[in-house]
Design a protein around this ligand. Structure first.
Ligand SMILES: [Zn+2]
Length: 345
């Protein structure tokens, strides 16, 4: 396989940006068409519809939308063609379930600089995933927020979707897990194993409750359903039922009822003494403030492991020096035989 050149990487960067520009325009255009439609997306009549589009304009809009979709598809096809020649895509990324060509192009052409990033921690910092990196209002970020969203949001969801199943997989790469905090057994493979291992370590800890600071009482802001985060189970179930035809797919808009640790259904009158749901009023609970908090921490953990493997593979493919012991040295992990978690080749 040919060595990727700077030209290939620059081309990939331009292609992936063009692809997202086209996608962005297509989505905005769809929003405009939907706003002009007399019905909602699920076919219900709108309460106060705007005057309907002229039939000629409907035809024109359909044509434009089709054009935008075909441009976007064409850009993706060209990206796939470029990736075919890329040893890092062929040798590492392509084999990770849930990582498609668009995400491959983001990782390889989205902004990482493998020559300058001579340690995995520099790559992790660029993606905004180092400890303490978060957006502060009014301050310039010291990372690429676009990359962070793509990696910790889009890519992590896609990998969990592809690597977690509810039904038995009779294949050696799938491992069955069942932890007390889960709503049933799961079959996992690849980097999803690291997600669950980490998540279970946090769930099994018993520390002074971080949600109520050891008071056992829910804080006022936690009681407001308007600010409640969607449960990780809802998102998780929405993405892991695809091999289980008996279970209808849940959408993000229609999440499953959240399983709370505390007493559900208290009225407003008892608000002042409502138990903390994280520790069930005992003041001692698992690490983290909520299920969603533990989910996000586990996601950051497993995508960092993936980035370390990616960094190592990419550096080696470019003939650049690679430090093997980063995870053990810097992250304090015990070396374990399963790494890289995804067995390459
Ligand atoms: Zn608590």
């Amino acid at each position: 396989m040919t060595q990727p050149t700077r030209h290939n990487r620059n081309r990939l960067r331009d292609l992936v940006r063009a692809h997202y520009d086209l996608q962005d325009m297509r989505l905005r255009f769809e929003g405009r068409v939907n706003a002009a439609s007399p019905t909602t997306l699920d076919g219900q009549a709108k309460k106060s519809p705007r005057p309907a589009l002229h039939p000629d304009d409907v035809k024109l809009f359909d044509k434009w939308q089709g054009g935008l979709e075909s441009f976007e598809e064409e850009a993706l096809a060209v990206i796939k063609g470029e990736l075919k020649h890329d040893p890092v895509w062929k040798g590492f990324l392509e084999g990770i379930p849930g990582v498609g060509p668009t995400m491959g192009a983001v990782l390889l052409g989205g902004g990482f600089n493998i020559e300058l990033e001579d340690t995995p921690s520099k790559m992790i910092s660029y993606a905004g995933l180092a400890p303490g990196q978060k957006r502060v209002r009014g301050q310039k970020t010291n990372y690429n927020p676009w990359m962070r969203t793509k990696i910790a949001g889009v890519m992590a969801d896609c990998i969990l979707k592809a690597c977690v199943r509810k039904v038995v997989q009779d294949k050696p790469e799938w491992r069955r897990i069942e932890y007390p905090w889960m709503d049933g057994p799961r079959w996992v493979k690849s980097y999803a194993r690291a997600y669950f291992d980490y998540r279970n370590r946090k769930e099994s800890m018993r520390v002074e409750c971080m949600a109520c600071d050891g008071t056992g009482e829910a804080k006022a802001e936690d009681l407001d359903p308007a600010v409640a985060e969607p449960s990780w189970e809802a998102r998780f179930q929405a993405s892991s039922n695809d091999l289980d035809p008996a279970t209808p797919e849940l959408s993000v808009e229609d999440p499953a009822p959240r399983k709370r640790r505390g007493t559900p259904g208290k009225t407003k009158a008892s608000k002042a003494t409502k138990k903390c749901t994280n520790c069930d009023g005992t003041a001692v609970g698992p690490w983290g403030r909520s299920d969603a908090h533990r989910h996000r921490a586990a996601v950051r953990y497993f995508v960092k492991l993936l980035l370390i493997d990616f960094w190592r593979f990419w550096r080696a493919a470019e003939g650049l020096p690679v430090r093997d012991t980063y995870a053990v040295e810097k992250l304090g992990h015990a070396p374990h035989s399963g790494r890289p978690l995804y067995d390459v080749g």
